[in-house]
Design a binder for this molecule. Structure first.
Ligand code: MN
Length: 424
């Protein structure tokens, strides 16, 4: 299924008059609003291939129907999202779940949908059918050299697939760690993992980045070998200038000050990218902004401040990706909500009066500093985000249009009710 320009135009025509009144008011009140709209147009967030089907928990999985069965259908789904919001112009693939049968055809299909290939992801956290050696006790940390080599070879293979597709980064998330005290020698596990990452790093094309993703716990519940931003920073520093940390919002211990972590990693030129999601308790992978939108705003506040301090391009100098998936909503509606939440937080962060905030900080005026942040956070920027969509040729209200066009019903009629996305 495809959504064409005429359908979007009709939808926008109905809503545009009321929308323009709201934009006008915001532009009058905020001298920066026009600049914010331009930055929002440029800001794209990659959609992961594994979020297009209903996620599961370890207790069950309830398919929503019409889920993509192949890589082609996954690209088609991201194409639908991008047509609706013009903010999801990239897909992040997971190998081996998404190995193309024909790279040429897949590239052409992505180009038809105006999509790029974002970071490719390796998978050594589960055993694949026919795999020789098991990752039950880890991959790059494994005590047996042959298992480590198998994991290294897999990552190098992932780089090859990514290179063929035009991607320029790999995300390595390792589930390595231990479930019980005494199971693992921490130092040896770190050293083995570093050696493995060094071999993978050596296989990176010159223009590539390696994102090393950390996670505090799960599936290992006593220790994780890349468990927090400190350990991740050590790996990234020892590896070299093409290696960066990747921050997944759900991968911290409860109440961690993620915005401070982001600020310092940026300062050290070691922040590479993001996996956006939200959580109440652990790695819940809930819709971005659904639980704690203020935290998301505070993170974007540090991102904008830190990237501007280093004169970085907001749209292109970090990897922006969603990593969320759950059991109860339509995955495409859910992704539209996540993208919207990210753009709202970004727009609010762009509205922060930086020079006033700096003056308040230098004067120890704590109340004023809070007022400045919350002034931006409490501004309803949704008309600016919608205006950016309008200018890019997308829908003013993507979810309404998704429902009006009965996209899910059509996908079910094309693909069937009982489909399960590959890899899930
Ligand atoms: Mn992640």
């Amino acid at each position: 299924m495809r959504i064409d320009k005429i359908q979007i135009q009709k939808h926008n025509d109905k809503l545009n008059a009321a929308h323009q009144r709201k934009v006008k008011q915001l532009v009058n009140e905020n001298p920066n609003a026009k600049k914010v709209i331009n930055k929002l147009v440029d800001f794209q967030i990659a959609v992961p291939s594994w979020a297009l089907g209903t996620g599961g928990t370890r207790f069950g999985r309830f398919s929503g129907g019409g889920e993509p069965r192949t890589l082609e259908e996954k690209i088609e789904d991201v194409g639908l999202l991008h047509a609706l919001n013009k903010s999801s112009g990239a897909i992040s693939l997971h190998i081996p779940w998404d190995i193309p049968t024909s790279t040429r055809k897949i590239k052409a299909l992505a180009a038809e949908h105006d999509l790029l290939f974002d970071a490719v992801n390796s998978n050594t956290f589960q055993d694949q059918p026919g795999q020789k050696l098991s990752y039950k006790f880890g991959s790059l940390q494994h005590v047996k050299e042959k298992v480590r080599q198998q994991a290294i070879d897999h990552n190098i293979e992932v780089i090859k697939h990514g290179k063929a597709l035009g991607s320029n980064s790999i995300t390595v998330w390792l589930s390595d760690g231990s479930c019980f005290p005494g199971q693992l020698n921490f130092r040896k596990a770190f050293e083995r993992t570093l050696e493995g990452l060094q071999e993978i790093y050596a296989a990176l094309p010159s223009n590539w980045k390696m994102f090393v993703e950390y996670k505090a716990f799960e599936p290992n519940f006593y220790s994780m070998t890349v468990g927090d931003w400190g350990q991740c920073y050590l790996y990234a520093s020892k590896l070299g200038p093409k290696a960066y940390t990747l921050v997944d919002l759900g991968h911290h211990l409860p109440n961690a000050n993620i915005e401070q972590i982001v600020s310092l990693l940026l300062m050290e030129k070691k922040l590479g990218g993001f996996h956006f999601n939200d959580s109440k308790y652990g790695d819940d992978d809930l819709t971005v902004g659904s639980i704690n939108p203020y935290q998301l705003f505070l993170i974007f506040n540090e991102l904008v401040e830190g990237m501007d301090a280093r004169k970085m391009n907001h749209a292109t100098d970090l990897g922006w990706m969603i990593d969320a998936s759950h059991n109860v909503k339509d995955p495409l509606e859910d992704l539209l909500q996540s993208v919207e939440a990210i753009k709202i937080a970004y727009a609010q962060a762009l509205l922060v009066d930086r020079s006033a905030l700096n003056r308040a900080q230098e004067a120890n005026d704590v109340a004023k500093a809070q007022e400045i942040l919350q002034q931006a956070y409490r501004t309803d920027v949704r008309p600016l985000v919608a205006e950016a969509r309008l200018r890019a040729g997308a829908a003013l209200q993507p979810i309404s249009l998704f429902r009006d066009l009965q996209v899910r019903k059509q996908l079910i009629s094309e693909r069937g009710l009982k489909t399960i996305a590959t890899g899930l």
